[in-house]
Ligand binder design. Structure first.
Ligand code: AGP
Length: 609
């Protein structure tokens, strides 16, 4: 997954492009480049590595321009290198393209373009785009681009400029996102809104098979058939400040600490204490439709999948219908059945994960009903699902999901309670008790986060280990999975999560004094069972850290270290138990010198398959 950016306006283009690329770097950071035009002179500068290296290259040998495009890459085809970095040029050197996505038919296109005499310099799929546009170019960039995109199979968010049709940026979307910023006589295109918000909050989101033409007089829109389009302009409320680190060492730490507020914001306006009700009419799915649902499937990837597992336990408990949770990358290829009484829920904070989007489209092809839970307004998944429930976590810059996980759990709690209300599975008193506890969670989360220093100290003592086991049962099993994922993805340490009951079926063979166990053991229906798991680990010389209720005296001499959390309803413990695991992973990773905001090989939103 990559980041693309473009600017045309009165400002000098290079600082705008570099500043924008830094805000897109979380989308991919193995190479980067810009192309700028001044007096029909095109200059391209590319580096292998992060934006900081591109800045250094430009500092040591400055480039300047009136308008231009830029790119930060997460390699799919062609290794990370300067020659494979975008922008890519055509044979004449007067036309350049940046691209996010995958061109699936690039090999056949490359073959025929080579036969027509085009010279290729890279291993990338993207390069076929610039040669296709060159092939069709007859003076108007948008016309050549419209012809070129007809031949592309796969996903693309692209931008092109040419010295032969100057003062123009053309952008085209099929799959990954493109936002167009409408400033005061200055215009932007970007993979997401973060780089644009510093200049304007007026945003147009391109839909699939749409193209934007940016010129000094303004921006026009067309569909791939060449018909002019009238697009709505959204006024985005996110402030640029939300995107800054605000004194924290890393975005990830800032976002861990934002979680209490994020839960408040996601609950805001959706519960009524005086009426003892959840108010969730906003999804776009009618109460009649939701009331009739007899089975659900939750489809997601990564952390969002773990949130889905939390939702499964909650929904089964509160509305007593079958709920399955599936990985998007698997579900999309299954011969699954949908019917009038089933609802598919797609969880994606970015709303652009390719596998989740593909699974949603597969459900729609079978006429299934869909609800998206997303953090990104007007994202592809949010727009294509029948209904949408937005989380209000604000932009999450750290590649490792933290606050969006808590926000997704809050949204799932609201959904479960709303469905329980509609289906009369729960009376007003029980609903009131649960929504009152939901409203207490942010304060309880703050108590845990305030104990951050003790977790930092604890993490320090576990630096020597290179394998960890995470255990949880019932509603704590998704938390064990999420804790293991956090450690893996930001510290590169091997960590596995298992349901406690699985230990005897193999994993217990792993236990020795070199493989510490983090066990999530709130007092709930499986507490006793977890206690026996812990003693199995202890008798095999395993070291156990227990995430436990602060008032649990019994457990204190059963584990080696206790990480206390406030007491809450058994259904809501994941809001609290996940926090110490996030901080544990963060401190292990930072003390190992890892780049927690931009871990190797990862990208924030996987918009390629
Ligand atoms: C989690 O820390 C990772 N960043 C990754 O697993 C992520 O949750 C997954 O790619 C799903 O992303 P989405 O929510 O944007 O669909």
């Amino acid at each position: 997954m990559c980041g693309i950016i473009g600017y045309l306006g009165a400002k000098r283009v290079v600082p705008v492009l570099l500043d924008g690329l830094k805000k897109l770097e979380y989308r991919g950071y193995d190479s980067a480049g810009i192309a700028v035009v001044e007096d029909s002179q095109l200059t391209v500068r590319r580096v292998k590595g992060k934006i900081s290296l591109l800045e250094e290259s430009i500092r040591s040998s400055p480039v300047d321009g009136k308008f231009g495009i830029g790119h930060t890459r997460w390699a799919t085809h062609g290794s990370p290198s300067e020659e494979n970095a975008h922008p890519h040029q055509d044979c004449t050197g007067s036309l350049v393209v940046v691209h996010n996505g995958i061109i699936e038919n690039y090999l056949s296109l490359k073959k025929s373009l080579k036969e027509e005499g085009h010279k290729f310099l890279t291993e990338t799929d993207t390069e076929v785009i610039v040669h296709l546009i060159e092939k069709y170019f007859q003076g108007r960039l948008e016309e050549a681009t419209l012809k070129a995109v007809q031949e592309l199979d796969g996903a693309f968010a692209l931008a092109a400029i040419s010295t032969q049709d100057p003062d123009k940026i053309v952008a085209a979307k099929m799959g990954p996102p493109i936002a167009v910023g409408l400033g005061d006589k200055e215009y932007f295109i970007s993979s997401d809104i973060n780089p644009i918000l510093a200049y304007t909050r007026k945003i147009v989101f391109l839909e699939d098979e749409e193209l934007a033409v940016i010129e000094p007089e303004g921006v026009s829109f067309k569909n791939f058939k060449g018909n002019k389009l009238k697009k709505t302009v959204d006024e985005i409320t996110w402030s640029p400040l939300m995107i800054e680190k605000r004194g924290y060492k890393h975005f990830m730490l800032k976002e861990i600490f934002e979680q209490p507020q994020v839960v408040r914001d996601t609950l805001q306006g959706r519960i009524s204490l005086e009426r003892g009700k959840v108010l969730l009419e906003e999804t776009g799915l009618s109460p009649q439709l939701l009331k009739a649902i007899k089975r659900m499937v939750i489809v997601a990837c990564g952390t969002s999948y773990h949130a889905g597992l939390f939702g499964e336990y909650l929904l089964e408990n509160l509305i007593q219908i079958p709920v399955e949770v599936e990985f998007s990358s698997e579900y999309r290829y299954r011969d699954f059945k949908v019917d009038e009484e089933s609802l598919a829920v797609f969880i994606s904070q970015s709303g652009e994960t390719a596998d989740t989007l593909a699974a949603l489209r597969a459900v729609k092809e079978r006429k299934g009903k869909s609800l998206a839970i997303s953090n990104t307004v007007k994202s592809s998944i949010a727009r294509e699902a029948d209904g949408i429930l937005y989380t209000h976590a604000g932009p999450e810059i750290g590649v490792a999901a933290t606050k969006t996980f808590s926000a997704q759990m809050a949204a799932l709690a609201l959904l479960a309670l709303y469905l329980a209300q509609l289906k009369r599975k729960i009376d007003k008193k029980a609903t009131l008790t649960l929504i009152q506890e939901l409203q207490r969670l942010p304060h309880k989360m703050e108590i845990i986060l305030n104990a951050e220093k003790s977790l930092e100290k604890l993490a320090q003592s576990f630096l020597p280990y290179s394998h960890f086991l995470y255990l949880g049962r019932w509603i704590s099993f998704p938390v064990a999975l999420e804790g293991a994922l956090k450690l893996k993805e930001i510290s590169y340490i091997h960590a596995e999560a298992y349901p406690g009951g699985e230990m005897k079926h193999g994993p217990i063979a792993l236990i020795d004094n070199q493989m510490p166990t983090l066990a999530v053991i709130p007092k709930d229906r499986v507490y006793e069972k977890m206690m026996s798991n812990i003693s199995e680990v202890k008798t095999r010389n395993g070291h156990v850290l227990g995430v436990v209720f602060e008032d649990d005296e019994e457990i204190k001499d059963k584990v080696d270290e206790v990480i206390p959390i406030p007491v809450t309803d058994p259904l809501f413990t994941p809001f609290l138990t996940v926090l110490p695991l996030q901080l544990f992973a963060y401190y292990i990773a930072t003390k190992r010198g890892a780049d927690v905001d931009q871990p190797r090989n990862l990208a924030k939103s996987v918009t390629v398959e």
